[in-house]
Design a protein around this ligand. Structure first.
Ligand SMILES: Cc1cc2nc3c(=O)[nH]c(=O)nc-3n(C[C@H](O)[C@H](O)[C@H](O)COP(=O)(O)OP(=O)(O)OC[C@H]3O[C@@H](n4cnc5c(N)ncnc54)[C@H](O)[C@@H]3O)c2cc1C
Length: 450
């Protein structure tokens, strides 16, 4: 074994995937998680869990890689696998051409996470400790442990400091977008990773509905709205997916001062105006179950670990702790699973573990930058988003809107579009000559028709 004890901070999707990978390389893996994961309901440490979470095709592929048979297990438990034929995508109200493939899993996030967790905790060398990580211990130029405050049953709340330390020779921070790793590094005299933020001010509202006989040919529907012309309001976008328990989960998405509220009547009224016929039909025909849950995402953010010059050995970060994007593109869990693959490739590469994990961060950067490029290009076109604009933004934005328009009716372009959206292909597929030529041809043909 390369590692004696690995500690993963955070027991959500990224932490569980990292723990699974580490179990192949460490004698023992300890996952430290602050929340009571078996409690059910909304989790304070991952409040987004109650919102619609679709597992993209690449996420499903990776999860299947690390947990063979899990897709079938999810489906047997009620999750819904959509192969593209039952998927409806709308762009500015126009229904896109159907492309088979791109299998997406529709399930509530707690359902999916519980099944991944069960698989991870069944591994003989992985255990979960309930506690709040509060810092790292360093020995020389490497991490040697984690300080944490036990939480829950048996935790010492008021006697002594109550703090404990876990010895570790490899630590992965997977504590999500509010990770304190930068502050811990800074306090110990290390450089924190530079944090880049793009203000998006996104509002999400999610509700469940009882599924009936309506829309038998649809399992997922998703609408995208182009940014408004100057002076015009941004139109609401929305999505819905069939989930376990014979239910639909629907989400309403809007920005800035149009962010949705918890009001169920407002939710139904606004969904009924979204330019996605399937969503309109569903909310007007089906009964809402429970309350509307809202969530605000102020910014997309990424931490540039790869830009650091000094970093302790035995330390890595994964998932939203590295990068968290506008969730409308549904890339979070697929990204987290690809981070796990980067970790696996790094650990298998034989890189010396008494040096910083540069080989991991180099691989990670490819995944993070691809997802960032995709989500921020669309976000930057929103009138309330003020940058930072990357070089070549205007051309990229113009070309992106042409590609999106052409993919409405061109099956091959929509296949390539979905390959990238599902993280099966790098966004550079969009700028390969074959794709550019096809977009140009489609654009010219549609102009000639006018
Ligand atoms: C509104 C919304 C909708 C989304 N929709 C989708 C979607 O459709 N598809 C998709 O793939 N992704 C989606 N995402 C993204 C997705 O939620 C995350 O990318 C994914 O959960 C991976 O997160 P993570 O494990 O890195 O962090 P999180 O899920 O945020 O988990 C962090 C974990 O760390 C724990 N923790 C935090 N601090 C400490 C500490 N000090 N000590 C111990 N434990 C700690 C927390 O309790 C939590 O369990 C969405 C996100 C949002 C906000």
């Amino acid at each position: 074994m390369d590692v004696r004890t690995a500690v993963v901070l955070g027991g959500s999707v990224a932490g569980l995937m990292a723990a699974r990978v580490l179990s192949d390389h460490a004698e023992s893996v300890v996952v430290v998680e602050a929340d009571d994961l078996e409690a059910g309901g909304a989790r304070p440490g991952a409040p987004q869990s109650v919102q619609l979470h679709a597992l993209l095709d690449m996420g499903r592929t990776q999860i299947e890689r690390w947990f063979p048979g899990l897709t079938a297990e999810l489906v047997a438990g009620g999750a819904v696998a959509s192969d593209g034929v039952r998927m409806r995508q709308y762009v500015d109200g126009a229904l896109k051409v159907v492309v088979p493939g791109h299998e997406l899993i529709g399930a509530t996030r707690p359902f999916l996470e519980a099944r991944i967790r069960r698989r991870v905790l069944a591994l003989r060398n992985v255990r979960l400790v309930r506690g709040r990580a509060e810092g790292l211990r360093f020995t020389g130029r490497r991490v040697s442990g984690v300080r944490y405050l036990p939480v829950g049953d048996g935790a010492d709340w008021d006697g002594g400091s109550g703090r404990e330390c876990l010895t570790a020779d490899f630590v992965v921070d997977a504590t999500g977008r509010s990770s304190r790793l930068g502050a811990w590094l800074d306090k110990a005299g290390w450089q924190p990773p530079p944090l880049e933020r793009m203000h998006i001010d996104l509002g999400y509202a999610t509700a469940l509905f009882r599924r009936g006989e309506e829309l038998p040919d649809v399992s997922v529907a998703h609408s995208v709205e182009s940014p408004p012309a100057p002076g015009q309001p941004q139109l609401d976008a929305g999505a819905m997916a069939e989930v376990e328990g014979g239910r639909w989960m629907a989400v309403l998405v809007a920005y800035a001062d149009r962010r949705p509220t918890k009001d169920p009547e407002e939710f139904v009224a606004r969904c009924a105006r979204v330019r996605a016929a399937a969503l309109r039909e569903m909310v007007t025909r089906c009964e809402m179950l429970g309350d509307v849950a809202v969530h605000r995402v102020p910014d997309s953010r990424r931490r540039h670990f790869w830009d650091l010059r000094r970093f302790p050995a035995g330390l890595a970060a994964a998932g939203d702790a590295v990068a968290s994007f506008n969730p409308v593109y549904g890339q979070g869990m697929a990204s987290a699973s690809l981070h796990a693959s980067c970790l696996s490739a790094f650990l298998r590469s034989g890189a010396p573990l008494d040096e910083p994990a540069w080989g991991y961060f180099k691989r990670l950067r490819v995944v993070v930058d691809a997802a960032w490029q995709l989500s921020t290009l669309s976000d930057l076109a929103q009138p309330h988003v003020s940058g930072p604009y990357p070089p070549g933004y205007r051309v990229a934005s113009w070309y992106g809107s042409r590609l999106l328009a052409a993919s409405i009716t061109d099956t091959e372009l929509n296949r390539r579009f979905l390959d990238v959206i599902n993280m099966r292909e790098h966004p550079r597929l969009f700028t390969r000559p074959g794709t550019v030529w096809r977009v140009a041809a489609r654009t010219l043909t549609s102009r000639a028709r006018w």
